[in-house]
Design a protein around this ligand. Structure first.
Ligand SMILES: Nc1ncnc2c1ncn2[C@@H]1O[C@H](COP(=O)(O)OP(=O)(O)OP(=O)(O)O)[C@@H](O)[C@H]1O
Ligand SMILES: [Mg+2]
Length: 364
């Protein structure tokens, strides 16, 4: 059976001389090659103590590889991994103060919830009274105080997920790694669990590295997002920074919905096949991309508008509807519009404009 918890013994105390105490983890040139293939290119990463960092990126971008390097399940091809100020590059997984909740949370089916959660403590020979108290605490923390006698088969998927989380929390790891831990849950449960994880994070002060390929989840959960692409860190920053100031076309495309125009700069305009678009002030480049978020686009009369197209789709989504407009060039634009406004006729010409300073220019 796959065990989704790495049992650990506490590592050597922090050595303040080597790393700032605010730094939980540092990767320097950390990389993983399988033959010639770089699952993770040489990577620099600093994770602050008490931070909730998400690794976000498409399938195959190296998220799990980075997590496996951090918990010690995979050995790096090169580089240094420092945890709590101590070089852990060669430390076996069992000797890292790291708890892992894998996507496949594989509880022991023949053990009750109580026994599952107590398992890591048994492995560590924690005294019975102390263990009982910690099991009760961990189960209460995930809202399953009354479920100790049940077997995993008597729980919903979300409850099993929470047992896996309790089984990790029970031995108080100061660094928790979660790999796609919520992806199997339905949307409502996932959102409830996100709130739960934020609460646990606040209450325990632990450092959490959370892997997801769901950008909404990353935006909702994280102190910072580490956006990964093809085995490299593409951008790292707060959710707001990544959403509002993407550094690359990939970042703009991956996070949120973006309208991206490509062209060449002529004075204060970007000349594109869709039209000459106003640029933010002080744009200095020859070629590049203009990124316009749907919420920044205004619907206007066609005369005088920046772009003119025809409305082809209105998707109701609560207070704001998502409108799809097709330009003569065939390019489609996504814009948001208040659902309480009188609806626009499909097929009719509509004008689209935005404040140039709300758009983001990316140098090619
Ligand atoms: N043991 C291995 N041998 C060879 N290649 C591997 C191995 N493990 C991972 N890879 C490759 O490394 C790349 C990164 O894999 P990784 O599992 O880190 O991706 P991921 O970002 O977690 O993707 P997903 O979202 O699908 O889980 C992939 O192309 C994968 O095929
Ligand atoms: Mg993965």
């Amino acid at each position: 059976m796959k065990n989704s918890v790495i049992d650990v013994t506490t590592s050597t105390p922090v050595s303040a001389s080597t790393t700032s105490p605010a730094l939980k983890l540092q990767a320097e040139g950390l990389c993983k090659f399988y033959d010639d293939f770089a699952a993770l290119h040489p990577t620099e990463l600093k994770v602050h103590a008490g931070e909730l960092l998400t690794l976000l990126g498409p399938s195959g971008s190296g998220k799990t590889t980075l997590l496996q390097l951090i918990c010690g399940l995979v050995q790096p091809s090169d580089g240094i991994l420092t945890i709590d100020g101590r070089d852990h590059t060669g430390t076996p997984a069992s000797q890292r103060d790291v708890g892992v909740v894998f996507q496949n949370y594989a509880l022991f089916p023949h053990l009750t919830v109580h026994e599952n959660v107590g398992f890591p403590l048994e492995m560590r020979r924690v005294a019975r009274g102390d263990a009982e108290r910690r099991i009760a605490e961990a189960l209460a923390m995930v809202g399953l105080a009354d479920f100790g006698k049940r077997f995993p088969s008597e729980l919903s998927g979300g409850q099993q997920q929470r047992v896996a989380l309790a089984r990790c929390l029970v031995y108080h790891p100061s660094l928790i790694l979660m790999d796609e831990s919520l992806s199997a849950l339905d949307r409502k449960l996932r959102e409830a669990m996100q709130i739960e994880i934020r609460r646990i994070h606040r209450e325990t002060g632990s450092t959490i590295i959370f892997v997801t390929h769901d950008q909404e989840e990353a935006l909702a959960l994280s102190d910072r997002i580490c956006l990964m692409n093809s085995g490299r860190i593409e951008q790292i920053g707060s959710p707001q920074e990544i959403y509002e100031r993407p550094v690359s076309r990939f970042a703009a495309d991956f996070i949120g919905v973006s309208n991206i125009f490509e062209g060449r700069v002529e004075s204060d305009r970007l000349v594109t096949t869709e039209g000459a678009l106003p640029l933010p002030a002080a744009t200095q480049a020859v070629k590049g991309f203009l990124v316009v978020r749907p919420e920044h686009i205004r619907f206007e009369e066609p005369e005088g508008a920046t772009l003119v197209g025809r409305l082809i789709e209105t998707i109701y989504a609560g207070p704001q509807s998502r409108l799809i407009v097709r330009l003569d060039s065939g390019f489609t634009i996504t814009a948001l519009r208040s659902s309480s406004l009188p609806p626009l006729q499909h097929g009719e010409p509509v004008g689209l404009s935005w404040n140039p300073e709300d758009a983001r220019f990316l140098d090619r």
